[in-house]
Write a protein that binds this ligand. Structure first.
Ligand code: FAD
Length: 390
């Protein structure tokens, strides 16, 4: 570990968002960038460490669609610099059962406004193109070609590697226990000594409030323990990325899944299916009720993707009440920013990190982040109404 203790900028939390921010910070100030992580780099206790996360332009507001466009462009820069592939475009389908709310109206309106094409088809046509699916006649399907996979764990490693190459200091096992501003400098007390930085970027996700409340106040966040399954699929060849696109079941409950990527079988998850926990009280044990729902969906709709478990993995969702991001300066601070990804941010990590760094240094970001301010009433009001579906 470097003996250096004074930095121009410190990033606290090196998951998906923090690793990206550290990379962008190091590109800007080289050895002036510090990254602090409470566990090992690439640990599995947070939100960002699996083979795959969905990336898509298909979103419910034009601002997210545009931010996703910026994310694809920023990922291309990272891929170029890292010399490796992080994004795999498989195309993607959003499946709307008859019982689904009218979410498709928001999605198509947003895509139309930004000028992004998509294709509607009925269940019969979808099953002709992707015979892996078993669908009721009344399911409608929207295909968007840009959708695909972020190789999440690989992306995080690439960001951290590039940050280090640009001169950044990365410190693992360094939980920040105290953060305070003193004489225009942020002092960060960690398990490995005290560090100082002129600017601060907080990307601590499930642990955000432990830090934020020391600088300002806590915000309303709900943490849940989610779960994904990989199956030893009966027909693994039919689930290769060139034959089987990424998918989202836009019903309630909502499921999503991936072709074979990282493990030799199909993957499925449920959006907001888990019990409320905290970053410290969560377990790593799969939940049986959750497992039964994932298995039942596979058996009903993707029977050849089903099979014995290859791997089951738990993971944390940390959500604002409106499920929108927080990308903003900490109130009362001109050089401290906070990023909270509302449990759908991995796809945006490339541009998210860039935006946080721009905000910390310039007070403004190139991408439009205006909807994700920390002054939203829902973040601090008592008994905030919660709406977790996006
Ligand atoms: C099962 C699952 C599926 C998902 N699917 C998708 C998807 O398909 N597409 C998508 O875009 N997003 C998806 N998401 C959401 C996305 O993964 C998260 O929004 C994103 O990874 C959050 O990144 P983060 O860096 O904020 O959090 P984390 O990766 O949790 O990183 C936070 C880091 O801060 C560290 N930390 C905390 N406190 C301190 C401290 N005091 N001192 C030092 N370090 C600290 C933690 O140890 C951790 O490493 C999914 C999430 C899950 C769990």
């Amino acid at each position: 570990m470097s003996a250096r203790r004074e930095f121009e900028v410190a990033v606290v939390g090196l998951g998906g968002l923090g690793s990206s921010a550290l990379y962008r910070a190091a590109k800007r100030v080289g050895a002036g960038a510090l990254g602090l992580e409470r566990f090992e780099l690439g640990h599995e206790r947070g939100a960002s460490q699996d083979h795959s996360r969905l990336i898509r332009l298909s979103y419910h507001t034009p601002q997210y669609v545009r931010f996703a466009q910026d994310a694809y462009a920023a990922w291309a820069e990272v891929e170029e610099e890292a010399g490796e592939r992080i994004i795999l475009r498989t195309g993607g389908i959003d499946l709307y059962p008859a019982s689904a709310p009218n979410w498709h109206e928001d999605y198509t309106r947003s895509l139309d406004e930004v000028g992004i094409g998509y294709e509607w088809m009925d269940a019969g046509e979808a099953m002709r193109r992707w015979p892996q699916w078993r669908l009721e006649d009344d399911v409608r399907v929207m295909f968007q070609e840009a959708t695909g996979i972020v190789a999440a764990a690989r992306a995080n490693s690439a960001h951290r590697r590039l940050a280090e190459r640009a001169g950044a200091t990365l410190v693992d096992s360094a939980r920040v226990t105290e953060v305070r501003e003193a004489g225009g400098v942020y002092e960060l007390v960690t398990e490995r000594g005290t560090f100082r930085a002129e600017r601060l970027i907080l990307t601590a996700d499930a642990w955000t409030n432990e830090l934020l409340e020391q600088l300002w106040r806590p915000i309303n966040l709900t943490v849940t323990q989610e779960q994904v399954h990989y199956y030893a699929s009966r027909d693994v060849e039919a689930f290769r990325p060139d034959r089987f696109p990424v998918w989202i079941w836009m019903g309630v409950p909502s499921f999503y899944g991936f072709p074979v990527f990282g493990e030799e079988g199909a993957k499925i998850g449920e959006d907001v299916g888990g019990d409320e926990v905290t970053g410290d009280t969560r377990s790593f044990d799969p939940d049986t009720g959750y497992a039964a729902r994932l298995d039942a969906f596979m058996q009903e709709h993707l029977p050849d993707g089903f099979g014995p478990y290859l791997k089951r993995k738990t993971c944390l969702y940390t959500m604002t009440p409106d499920r929108d991001f927080v990308i903003d300066l900490v109130p009362g601070h001109e050089r401290a920013v906070v990023g909270q990804g509302a449990a759908h941010a991995m796809k945006f990590a490339s541009v998210y990190g860039r935006s946080l760094v721009e905000l910390a240094f310039d007070g403004t970001a190139r991408s439009d982040i205006s909807a994700w301010g920390i002054d939203r009433e829902v973040l601090t009001m008592e008994d905030a109404p919660k709406s977790f579906y996006v």
